[in-house]
Design a protein around this ligand. Sequence first.
Ligand SMILES: Cc1cn([C@H]2C[C@H](O)[C@@H](COP(=O)(O)OP(=O)(O)O[C@H]3O[C@H](C)C(=O)[C@H](O)[C@H]3O)O2)c(=O)[nH]c1=O
Length: 351
Amino acid sequence: MKILITGGAGFIGSHVVRLFVTKYPEYQILNLDALTYAGNLENLRDIENASNYKFIKGDIADQNFIDQLFANEEPDAVIHLAAESHVDRSITDPMAFVKTNVIGTVNLLNAARHLWQPGGYEGHVFYHVSTDEVYGSLDFGPEMFTEETSYDPRSPYSASKASSDHFVRAWHHTYGLPIKLSNCSNNYGPNHFPEKLIPLAIHRLRTGQPVPVYGKGENVRDWLFVKDHATAIDAVFHKGKNGDTYNIGGVNEWQNLKLIELLCDVVDQKTGQEVGTSRKLIKFVTDRAGHDMRYAIDSSKIMNELGWKPSVTFEQGLAQTVDWYLENEEWLNSVTSGAYQDYNAKQYAGR
Ligand SMILES: Cc1cn([C@H]2C[C@H](O)[C@@H](COP(=O)(O)OP(=O)(O)O[C@H]3O[C@H](C)C(=O)[C@H](O)[C@H]3O)O2)c(=O)[nH]c1=O
């Protein structure tokens, strides 16, 4: 089986590519990535020479390029992760999100349909990896998002992901395209670009800079270790039902301020500082526009039907994450300085 994984040089994508390349040597894995600021081939150095792995640089929003790629490579399946993913960026530049997340997804759906439909859809699947933000925002309390929760996206980012989910389902209902979807909560772990809360906070603490807490820090997110998200994607890809959606979460809700305080203490312990030192760097700043209050996701369907569950506790995952950032200072410096783009440019030159 030849699987096209889009966005495979990004944070979640690189963990998915590594899992599939190493766990399934019989599969051919094509990693398609535009190498934007958040895509980094450095994330995949350890598997870049594997015989079942190939990297292709390209933009999913470029229809001609995508059509040509499908004609040349004839993938059997698609796992679609490529997306603009940062909510703050979507507030300042919404069109980039429409282009990649909506138009890019429709280009892939069209190309898959045109390649697969003539011979019959048997053995093919288009799997869209999405977010719990499509369901909107919850108040504090016991309510959680389930697969039946109505969509209520509120940021340009979540609107673009909700739109792409709808397009994926429309291709299933209208053209019979075999599809799967999953909607996951906040991920954390190694290789996360330091614009998102956890890697940003670690980077700032490590360099003695203030850690910005939006508003009062009361907002709640559910956190899942990225490698557990990759195993969930593996389960949905192989065992999920055609046409179905699976929610994925960590059963691990945290208020932002409490999470940042915990992170400060972990960094203090790991760096040998007196616990409490890093908390002095917490700085309350103006809130994010339209800031969703709470995301909480019910993962019982994937747990009961597919037998998946998270493998690490938050304490273990956070400790591993902080260790990784402290040990990979060079990676962090390169992604914050832009030097990684030179590496990426060299890597794909001539391909
Ligand atoms: C960057 C930053 C964030 N925050 C707050 C804002 C949120 O309440 C929370 C997490 O923010 P972050 O931007 O890391 O993630 P979300 O906005 O929850 O969205 C993330 O999780 C979902 C599932 C996706 O689908 C997104 O792609 C992913 O970016 O911390 C701060 O208080 N300070 C900061 O400096």
